[in-house]
Ligand binder design. Structure first.
Ligand SMILES: Nc1ncnc2c1ncn2[C@@H]1O[C@H](COP(=O)(O)OP(=O)(O)OP(=O)(O)O)[C@@H](O)[C@H]1O
Length: 237
């Protein structure tokens, strides 16, 4: 579903964000993306969303090149950024309908999905309020609903658990498991190693812009905990 080949992006000023990244996320995968602060996780994810241009390499989504078929690629993906920058002047429900329009969801579908997820995240009574009045966690919940309600084939999540209360974090993990059962491919960056270890069937670890470990979670961590393996691999930072 997502193939990243030889992806390289330099920021202006010579800062090499990421170099020669190779990854493949298949339908049914929850693929964890780990790395210390500044390692290159957000840069990689932003290249996949099309937010960042890149210098070399190829990104293919659902068999189509992101560079040549940007619109078709964006139609099948959803992205939850590390900081939910939403349209503050809209109400929650206005925002969700706006996203539902973009993804061409019919009235029945959107009503059902919004009702379901808003109840799950205890957001129903606040949907009529302006987003500017929401807490960080409420904005994060709204961003999650907007990303999952149209059942994307590829879901990209950048640090999605930050700011979520325990129930919302639990519900998000359930949603991810349910989406992959229906064939979605999930690529998720997180610093919460205990969650990644339990949730992700595959992981990649990035250090200073390069992948240093990659594959099935069980194989990457062997008999150790993911925390031990991560600390060992990144000890010379
Ligand atoms: N807009 C930018 N301009 C210049 N350099 C940038 C920019 N964004 C990121 N970088 C640099 O690229 C490198 C990778 O940053 P990135 O944000 O991808 O890391 P990250 O792994 O997501 O980190 P964190 O865990 O702290 O979110 C860092 O050296 C960072 O300083």
């Amino acid at each position: 579903m997502l193939k990243i080949e030889n992806l390289t992006k330099h920021y202006r000023g010579g800062n090499c964000g990421i170099h020669h990244i190779n990854l493949e996320v298949q339908a049914g995968d929850i693929y964890g993306f780990l790395g210390s602060n500044g390692a290159g996780k957000t840069t990689t994810i932003k290249c996949v969303t099309g937010i960042h241009d890149f210098d070399h390499g190829e990104i293919t989504i659902n068999g189509l090149s992101l560079k040549r078929h940007a619109l078709e690629c964006k139609q099948v993906m959803a992205y939850i950024p590390d900081n939910p920058d939403l349209y503050e002047n809209m109400s929650g429900i206005h925002y969700l309908n706006f996203i539902a329009d973009i993804y061409k969801m019919n009235q029945f579908q959107r009503t059902e999905e919004i009702e379901h997820y808003a109840n799950l995240f205890n957001l129903t009574e606040f949907l009529g309020n302006s987003i500017s009045s929401y807490s960080h966690g409420m904005k994060q919940k709204l961003a999650i609903i907007s990303a999952v309600m149209h059942h994307p084939k590829l879901l990209l999540l950048d640090e999605p658990f930050v700011g979520l209360d325990p129930k919302a974090a639990f519900e998000l993990k359930k949603i991810m498991k349910s989406l992959v059962e229906k064939g979605t491919a999930i690529f998720i960056s997180s610093h919460v190693l205990e969650v990644v270890e339990k949730l992700c069937n595959k992981i990649a670890i990035i250090q200073s812009g390069s992948i240093i470990a990659n594959g099935e979670t069980e194989l990457v961590k062997g008999h150790s905990s993911l925390e031990q393996v991560f600390l060992e691999l990144t000890r010379n930072e």
